[in-house]
Ligand binder design. Structure first.
Ligand SMILES: C[S@@+](CC[C@H](N)C(=O)[O-])C[C@H]1O[C@@H](n2cnc3c(N)ncnc32)[C@H](O)[C@@H]1O
Length: 218
């Protein structure tokens, strides 16, 4: 069973999606607790299928310095921090201080608190302000902000670094004409157009869950 309804893609056949999630190994206690909390309180999280993709990308790229834009209660942050190992530095950002408070409890319980820097505020501003460049930037802010998130993130990404963005199929709505007032779908569509038009990026949109776009910076 897919535990949380918000893990459903909306465009993959239900039995195929169930199958994909049934293949996944059980998660440890902390990750399991966050998945349960997210389901009960309808907190959107990437879920374990996308989390495993992120873990793989971090590990094969040897990523150590990560900036996350839109971290909520820290589910994706813990997967990233574990993947990058004890020498990693992972920047958590969220606009909601209550999310940050809860996330910090989970970071301690997961044993990754020392490698995570928590910042509360606008992730688009924070990525510009934080010193240095990053090996990996994960973008999961509000969808209407995606084009601006890309513009803010790219100058902060090292050459050869990865810029990963969740929800780039947006329940399949990205593929269909968007209503004029549907600013989230329009944001995702414009983002997809921009990354594929960019000379700086090599993007691949992976139709896993809600769509994940992985870009390497040239
Ligand atoms: C989809 S949730 C993030 C889920 C998280 N990445 C995970 O998978 O566990 C998006 C979060 O981004 C935050 N957010 C949206 N726009 C933001 C912005 N511009 N700056 C900081 N946080 C933002 C929201 O408060 C929300 O908690």
């Amino acid at each position: 069973m897919i535990r949380s309804e918000n893990l459903r893609s909306g465009y993959i056949q239900d039995d195929v999606e169930e199958y994909l999630y049934r293949l996944l190994p059980e998660r440890d206690a902390v990750i399991g607790e966050i998945e349960k909390y997210a389901e009960e309180h309808r907190v959107p999280i990437i879920g374990p299928a996308v989390a495993r993709l992120m873990m793989l990308l971090v590990q094969i790229s040897g990523t150590k310095r990560i900036f996350e834009m839109g971290s909520a209660i820290g589910y994706s942050t813990i997967w990233l921090a574990r993947a990058a190992g004890p020498q990693a530095e992972v920047f958590y950002t969220d606009g909601n201080p209550e999310n940050a408070r809860r996330a910090q409890e989970y970071f301690r319980a997961a044993g990754v608190g020392k490698r995570i820097r928590v910042q509360v505020g606008d992730a688009l501003e924070l990525v510009k302000k934080t010193a240095g460049k990053f090996d990996f930037i994960f973008n999961d802010v509000d969808k209407h902000q995606y084009p601006d998130a890309m513009r803010a993130a790219l100058p902060k990404l090292k050459r050869g670094g990865l810029f990963v963005t969740d929800n780039t199929l947006w329940s399949g709505k990205a593929a269909r004409p968007a209503a004029g007032d549907d600013k989230n779908t329009r944001g995702v569509q414009e983002f997809n157009r921009l990354v594929y038009a960019s000379k700086e990026l090599f993007p691949v949109l992976i139709p896993l869950r809600d769509g994940v776009t992985v870009c390497r910076k040239n």
